[in-house]
Design a protein around this ligand. Structure first.
Ligand code: S3P
Length: 192
């Protein structure tokens, strides 16, 4: 699709996966699906893959086996997905906290942190109840605590795009432009 950065509509072939990271409610799935369409690659949501592999919902996995088991499964599933063809991959909010996963992403992908403020996240997560971590106390306090712990680590992502309330396509435009820029820079560096 033509754009300011890609006026002739000729995208460089995607050689690395685009990996979306960020807290619950940042819009990784919604933005990821649309970004994949624009880039002409498949979209995979790591949480869905984990649910498929375990034949259980994330809630059930947390309840039956606990968070540690979930994290192990999450690391395995993401490593498998990253070893396949380039795609847009949305990861669960805790995935990027695992060093092993950050390294795998660094080797195989371009990471994009979808950064949102507390009010935006809170408003979005309040609409649904499928997130086990938010059931253990006051969701706003939990999100604030997770922001404190995770934002310094998310900041290691290759790209950061701020997301606000408003039309999702506007955010997708900004993510797409940032990704194209990054791909061009990488292509120039590897041709040097
Ligand atoms: C989690 C986020 C969830 C899911 C699980 C744990 C987290 O994914 O992986 O409930 O630790 O932040 P989303 O970020 O897609 O909601």
């Amino acid at each position: 699709m033509p754009s300011e950065l890609d006026p002739e509509g000729k995208l460089p072939p995607l050689e690395r996966s685009i990996v979306l990271v960020g807290l619950m409610g940042a819009g990784k799935t919604a933005i990821g699906k649309r970004l994949a369409e624009r880039l002409g690659v498949s979209f995979i949501d790591a949480d869905h893959e984990i649910e498929r592999a375990a034949d259980s919902t994330i809630n059930e996995i947390f309840e039956r086996y606990g968070e540690d088991e979930f994290r192990q499964g999450e690391r395995r599933v993401i490593a498998r997905l990253l070893s396949g063809p380039p795609k847009v991959l949305a990861t669960g909010g805790g995935a990027f906290m695992a060093q092993e996963t950050r390294e795998a992403i660094r080797e195989n992908g371009v990471s994009v942190w979808l950064k949102a403020d507390l009010e935006v996240l809170f408003e979005r997560v309040s609409r649904r109840s499928h997130r086990p971590l938010l059931k253990t106390g006051n969701p706003r306090d939990i999100l604030r605590d997770l922001m404190d712990k995770r934002y310094p680590v998310y900041a290691e992502a290759d790209l950061t795009v701020e997301t606000f309330n408003g039309p999702i396509e506007a955010t997708v435009d900004r993510v797409y432009a940032a990704v194209l820029d990054q791909l061009r820079i990488s292509a120039m560096e590897s041709n040097r």
